[in-house]
Design a protein. Structure first.
Length: 351
């Protein structure tokens, strides 16, 4: 008999289970991120100190067969900030597909939201139909399409070696002469690693960046501090001008699987914010300095969702490409009488 309850394991077990299932299900036909235990701990477990209210698991006679993970979060909904959650990583073991486990996990997540006064759950999913089966069956669900996605290729040769199709391999091979590496010459003046003393100023920048957002993730000071610095997982660079922090770029790395056993290191740009006084040139320059750090660490490619702080013109000048398809914001609404904004202006993390 399947029992749904709070996940009992740690970040290492969560990482092992999710990666094993996703790789066996999708890893032979598409590149997948590897959610290692470091990233899992940063996002969800915090060395065992994070609340487990929304870390759900399905067990069959004590054996883990399904997970649905979300973290408590403040969510911008219209003009309000409400209690909610962010995330998903919905996963069901291949041996137990078709038994309704995903539905049981979703109902328990729904119930826990209502019991705790949480009003909305947000997730970010790819547009790949193969990887969104859980959300197709979820009820009281809404999707916001068209989250723009940007990609930068540092090492086309490494990506080509792990390509799943001849077309992908040929595109990457042909693209190599056209890759732009102007970031290598970017001036690093005023750019330095984040320090905890920078938090109040970074919080001000984030609040300003989120002003136009009417649907998405938002921050408390505590949550932003964790986002910007936790052990060696996130990397944050700030732009200091006239003795004041006026911008920052926050990223983290993930391995990306390819065909066979081939893997490359990728980077996710999570959060970018600037003071209004920062020029387009200096915004691009800070991003390029972060890219210098990525290349030094052997990153083969980087990706980010569309950011209001970095307009398309600046991204194109920095050599980033808009990726067809992008991603979708998925919203579960367990509360009664909740309505999404008619014209959503979305901010989220790429889960």
């Amino acid at each position: 008999m399947i029992e749904v309850r709070t996940f009992e394991g740690d970040a290492a077990e969560a990482s092992w289970f999710i990666n094993r299932v996703w790789q066996s299900s999708y890893g032979k036909s598409a590149p997948l991120p590897v959610w290692d235990s470091r990233v899992m701990d940063w996002r969800l477990f915090q060395d065992g100190h994070a609340p487990r209210d929304y870390l759900l698991a399905a067990y069959d006679k004590g054996t883990l067969v399904g997970t649905l993970f979300a973290e408590p979060a403040r969510i911008r909904l219209g003009t309000e900030e409400v209690a909610g959650t962010h995330g998903s990583r919905a996963t069901v073991a291949c041996s137990h597909r078709g038994e309704g486990i995903g539905g049981k996990l979703a109902r328990e997540l729904w119930n826990r939201h209502r019991e705790r006064g949480a009003r909305v759950s947000l997730g970010c999913v790819t547009t790949d139909a193969k990887q969104t089966g859980f959300w197709k069956g979820a009820w009281n669900k809404h999707r916001v399409n068209g989250l723009g996605f940007w990609v930068y290729v540092f090492d086309a040769r490494a990506l080509a070696r792990g390509a799943f199709t001849g077309t992908q391999r040929n595109v990457l091979t042909c693209a190599r002469p056209f890759l732009r590496h102007g970031f290598r010459e970017a001036d690093t003046h005023g750019v330095r690693p984040y320090h905890p003393n920078d938090l109040p100023r970074c919080m001000t920048l984030v609040r300003r960046m989120l002003e136009p957002v009417n649907l998405g993730f938002t921050y408390t000071s505590e949550r932003l501090a964790h986002q910007l610095q936790y052990r060696d997982v996130p990397r944050t660079f700030v732009l200091e001008q006239e003795g004041e922090v006026r911008g920052f770029v926050n990223t983290h790395s993930l391995e990306l699987t390819g065909q066979g056993t081939h893997t490359v290191l990728s980077e996710v740009v999570d959060l970018v914010a600037f003071d209004d006084s920062v020029s387009s040139h200096d915004r691009q320059r800070l991003l390029q300095c972060a890219m210098q750090d990525m290349e030094r660490r052997g990153v083969a490619c980087a990706g980010m969702l569309r950011s209001p702080s970095l307009p398309a013109s600046g991204m194109l000048r920095a050599g980033w490409w808009p990726l067809p398809g992008g991603a979708k914001q998925t919203c579960l609404l367990p509360g009664a009488n909740l309505h999404l904004p008619a014209t959503p202006n979305v901010f989220t993390h790429l889960c």
